[in-house]
Design a protein around this ligand. Structure first.
Ligand SMILES: NC(=O)c1ccc[n+]([C@@H]2O[C@H](COP(=O)([O-])OP(=O)(O)OC[C@H]3O[C@@H](n4cnc5c(N)ncnc54)[C@H](O)[C@@H]3O)[C@@H](O)[C@H]2O)c1
Length: 349
């Protein structure tokens, strides 16, 4: 009998709850070692909601415990890089939520520590584990769409996150569009050579006041001339919205089922379906699959499906989009090192 993998969870906020549920749901493959969060109310909430008593407010409970094999980093973004490095130094595999860090410099420092230690790092781009997206990718690789000439990717959140989150998020492109950058480069199987961003702050003063944007359109061009567009909004009146269209020389594919139940109601007011209102519901199975994949990679020694290099490549595109927005012209992400400010503009505000 193979013993379950001992996992620690760092960060007990919104997404920490999602990952904790996955860990606790699979006692045959993984075992919760400890949940760490310096914020006592978050710990109290976890103890009450999940009935777990392996909790701590001190990160030493993770990194000083040699029996812990894997670390799930779901804390606020500005803490990711240091936890990744601590995990590498203590020889533990790490699953880290997006983005790896708030800027490219910290991303590279964290990835260098992982490379030096030879440990495993998986990044939380959960779309790759979604049934629809995974199927689309498989079909693209098989050539069912011919050459991919256009990808259209849209994501909208029901409402902006709280101001405390926004101020430390790194801004729309690094925090939110990063999912779309990963998705588009993964589906296309290549990196763009041109990125052009337009964006506004339309949802109210809060986001404009911290110098961020909440509504954007980004267009991209790939080396073979194919194109992509990404649309984002921090607010959507009907709830979470994620839709992707892949258009190839021999066909197209639409990804983005949002119904909770496969039922359609017809009445005097029209035709109605239910809708998964938030990303937590929409991607629930994908979040569970990515976590199980991480645990199984720890046992098998296999490479993760989403690597640190993928996390970095998406961050490069986010920085390029910011530079394009500033210059009001397209930029080539290859030139990222020459962009004046690759640090996150809103990180410290
Ligand atoms: N993949 C996704 O779809 C997805 C969705 C939501 C959030 N995220 C990412 O997950 C991270 C957390 O987001 P959230 O929405 O859960 O935020 P949140 O604000 O709800 O929770 C963050 C938690 O981290 C804790 N924390 C802060 N510093 C810490 C430290 N040093 N060690 C341990 N815990 C610490 C905070 O006390 C808080 O409880 C962010 O990086 C975000 O980008 C990813």
């Amino acid at each position: 009998v193979i013993a379950p993998v001992r996992i620690a969870l760092i960060g007990a906020g919104r997404i920490g709850h999602v990952h904790l549920r996955s860990i606790l749901s699979h006692p045959e493959t993984c075992e919760l070692a400890v949940v760490v969060d310096p914020y006592q109310p978050a710990i109290d909430d976890i103890r009450e909601s999940f009935g777990v008593d392996q909790t701590s407010t001190d990160l030493a409970a993770v990194f000083d415990d040699p029996t812990i094999e894997g670390v799930v980093i779901a804390a606020s973004t500005e803490t990711h890089a240091s936890s990744i490095m601590e995990a590498a130094r203590s020889g533990k595999a790490a699953f880290c939520e997006k983005p790896i860090a708030l800027d490219l410099e910290a991303t590279d420092t964290a990835l260098a520590a992982v490379a030096a230690a030879g440990t495993m790092l998986q990044i939380g781009f959960q779309r790759r584990f979604d049934t629809g997206y995974a199927r689309a990718k498989a079909d693209i690789v098989e050539g069912r769409l011919g050459n991919i000439e256009m990808v259209r990717d849209a994501m909208r959140d029901p409402a902006p996150p709280p101001p405390t989150y926004l101020a430390k998020s790194g801004g729309l492109f690094r925090d939110m569009t990063i999912h779309n950058f990963d998705c588009v480069r993964w589906l296309k199987g290549d990196d763009p050579v041109e990125v052009f961003a337009m964006a506004s702050a339309l949802t109210g003063d809060e986001i404009r006041d911290i110098g961020d944007v909440d509504t954007s359109v980004i267009t991209m061009k790939f080396p073979d001339g194919s194109l992509a567009s990404i649309e984002n909004s921090r607010r959507s009146g009907f709830g979470y919205d994620v839709r992707t269209e892949v258009f190839g020389s021999e066909g197209a594919m639409l990804i983005g089922e949002s119904r909770q139940t496969s039922v359609r109601w017809l009445d005097g007011k029209g035709v109605h379906e239910d809708h998964r209102y938030f990303f937590i519901e929409r991607f629930a199975p994908a979040y569970e699959k990515e976590l199980l994949s991480f645990v199984s990679n720890i046992r098998s020694g296999n490479q993760p499906v989403v690597t640190g290099a993928d996390g970095r490549a998406a961050m490069v595109l986010a920085v390029a989009a910011e530079e394009s927005l500033k210059r009001r012209q397209p930029v080539n992400p290859v030139d990222v090192a020459s962009f004046a400010h690759t640090e996150a503009a809103h990180a410290q505000s």
